[in-house]
Design a protein around this ligand. Structure first.
Ligand code: 3PG
Length: 420
């Protein structure tokens, strides 16, 4: 692909300040066919199977506008195979169409003949959304970049594209074919979200100071456990304040919750939490009081009074007060994942209270994940936060100091393609 003048300049000035990855400004896009990997993995209401939060679809628009001269093929995953939020992308196409007030073509296929024909038939300026990438088995596995390039997905589709734009920062920690495979065989650059995230995070991490307080909720427990270990080892977590499902797992490991939580791989994750508490006894703080749901009503109680079968839906006031004090003494505070069922008004107390504490602390603050960014907006606290990201697990892993596979792929592509 022909490179434009800005890229030529980049070839000559290797150390252009801050530039480690190429961006869409580095390419002449007119008439080109672009593969745009976004992350439109949205919360899905299990009763209606409709999208219940469109933030990630809204975010994709900026890059789409930057690609307006090209033929753009948008690709994303939604949910995980076998989970309640695993569904097709038809709804996403409709939401995007409404948000952009223009036609979005959609094909119920990912790599087959229907998808390939739809790509070939695109005109300049048109946008096509492919179906859920995880319909293709390969997209459910992690690969080395070299092997990702040999997948059927990449070998079939890459022939149809001039450029790959990676903009799915929330999945930057996955080495799936659509993320690390294409940059091996076609030029690749960052979209606007990735460009902004990398720039802001690099800046923030150079000034981040101790004590590092991590407030961790969310439901992807195995991922969280891995990240916790790395955060502590790499000196990025002096205090970890646990909430949500991961908090329940640690309370079960402390034998403070007596009945099984009923989650996948429960014995394994509880054993891992138990080992972490043993190894780092001073790092973890778990709730002292919680709120359960009793026929739709909020009932607060001490964790010791939990009965078998009680469903924990939120933190109690003593826990929020205690956590808030620790947050107020932080040098850097990172909060990821809601503290309970914050979508239900009477169980949003914990999430709102902790966000208030983060926003009003003097610490460098980072807020991560779709739920929290929505709650922040509702509370009008966005201005008081240093960095806000819809990414969850990817951001946690970034903070450990690990190089994310997507960023590595983009840096390698910058080196490889700037000399061509
Ligand atoms: C996320 O929401 O964290 C990303 O979309 C990645 O999803 P995954 O954990 O299912 O890979």
């Amino acid at each position: 692909m022909k490179i434009n003048d800005r890229l030529k300049e980049f070839n000559q000035v290797d150390n252009r300040k801050g530039v480690k990855v190429l961006t869409v400004d580095d390419f002449d896009l007119k008439g080109k066919t672009v593969f745009l990997r976004v992350d439109m993995n949205c919360p899905i209401d299990p009763d209606t199977m409709e999208i219940s939060g469109t933030k990630r679809i809204e975010e994709a628009i900026e890059t789409l506008q930057s690609l307006k001269e090209a033929k753009v093929v948008v690709a994303s995953h939604q949910g995980r195979v076998g989970n309640d939020d695993y569904t097709g992308m038809d709804k996403h196409a409709k939401v995007l169409e409404k948000l952009m007030n223009r036609e979005i073509k959609y094909v119920e296929d990912t790599i087959g003949e229907a998808a390939q024909n739809a790509i070939k038939n695109l005109e300049d300026g048109e946008i096509l959304l492919l179906d859920n990438l995880r319909l293709c088995a390969e997209e459910n596995y992690e690969f080395t970049p070299e092997n990702a390039a040999k997948t059927i997905m990449v070998s079939r589709l890459s022939k149809l594209f001039d450029l790959c734009v990676l903009d799915s920062f929330p999945s930057a920690h996955r080495s799936h074919p659509s993320i690390v495979g294409f940059p091996q065989v076609i030029p690749a650059c960052a979209g606007r979200i990735v460009e902004r995230e990398v720039r802001n995070l690099d800046e923030i991490m150079t000034v981040a100071k101790a004590p590092h307080v991590i407030v961790l909720g969310g439901s992807k427990v195995p991922d969280r456990l891995e990240a916790i270990k790395m955060l502590i080892k790499n000196g990025r977590a002096d205090h970890i304040l646990l909430t949500g499902l991961i908090g329940n797992v640690f309370m079960r490991a402390q034998a403070r919750i007596k009945s099984p939580l009923g989650i996948k791989r429960e014995d394994e994750v509880v054993a891992k939490a138990h080992a972490l508490i043993g190894e780092y006894p001073d790092v973890f703080t778990t709730p002292v009081d919680i709120a359960i749901d009793k026929d739709g009503a909020r009932v607060e109680m001490d964790v010791r009074d939990l009965q078998i079968g009680d469903k924990i839906y939120d933190l109690g006031p003593k826990t929020v007060e205690h956590y808030s004090k620790i947050i107020s003494s932080a040098g850097t505070v990172f909060i990821s994942g809601p503290a309970g069922f914050f979508e239900k008004e009477n169980f949003s107390f914990g999430t709102r209270g902790l966000l208030d504490a983060v926003a009003n602390s003097m610490a460098t603050s980072l807020v991560s994940g779709g739920h929290l960014t929505t709650a922040l907006k509702e509370q009008g606290l966005e201005e008081k936060i240093n960095h806000i990201s819809t990414a969850g697990g990817a951001l946690v892993l970034y903070l450990t100091g690990e190089k994310l596979p997507m960023i590595k792929a983009l840096e390698d592509a910058a080196i490889k393609y700037r000399t061509k």
